[in-house]
Design a binder for this molecule. Sequence first.
Ligand code: F6P
Length: 326
Amino acid sequence: MGSIKKIGILTSGGDSPGMNAAIRAIVRTSIYYGIEPYGIRRGYQGMIEGDIFKMETTDVANIIQTGGTILKTARSKEFMTVEGRAKAYEQLRKLGIDALILIGGDGTLRGATAFFKEHTIPAIGLPGTIDKDLEGTDFTIGFDTAVNTAVTAIDKIRETADAHDRLFIVEVMGRDAGYIALNSGIACGAEDILIPEVENDIEAVLARIAYDERRKKTVHVIVVAEGSGKIGTARLHEAIVGRFPALDTRVCILGHIQRGGPATFADRVLASRLGYAAVLALLEGRTQVMVGTLNDNIAYTPFENVGKLNTPISEDKLKMIRVLSA
Ligand code: F6P
């Protein structure tokens, strides 16, 4: 066992279901190994302000299932400055916190990279974001729950679309990534899916609607990722209404409901595995790495290599969506 005595834990960036399960795993694994866990509230901002408290095993009772984060979260502008990071480090030094575990998305890990260039303290990251847009892991904490929330909502919307013979454009989250759109779209039998990873052609979308109209297919659900680039929800809506004025068209933006709610079993298991592995990683002397899973095995990726995931979506998958929604 290394010389680590006190671990600071924070969640930062957008909350994601399963963050609480990860906090629980980190707190209980730390205590098991004789390390004191400290909760840092509101991410890096709380670190700057010294909003830090010692955690006991009972603090994490009955939270494995809950969405949100008991540590609260924030996006800190001050932490982006050298002065802000120096203040944050000083707060850790005052309390004798000698290691950190950070749960969040790419912004969180980018913040960490800058911090560790200036201050030496061992740190492990956990991928916590509904977007699943990080390299170095097959899944991120919260993605499975968010997709399931989107699926439940889109299934309901399809019932209304069917009842009224309507076309629905459903926008799902994903700032720069289409994984929620792609997976919820496939699972709900969407007629079309627009994602930022693919150059979307508005004329091709309209041509597919025209084809469906000719063959008297009266119900359409088009799933659009929030970050779909040039053809966003508004432009698509305008184009459809312009070309098909007789079609009863509606827009539904699912928004933040995708970020909340009880974590699915998959997110609880992933978060528990990663939280446990993060403490062990510190004890093994690892530092400045994100712990994720690759092919279901625990994998460590240096912070500087955890870029935005930009995996091309295979043309086959997109063709499959169209074949199956016939
Ligand atoms: O990164 C997670 C995410 O939910 C994105 O999908 C979305 O674009 C963004 O956060 C929304 O952020 P906020 O809650 O700050 O509006």
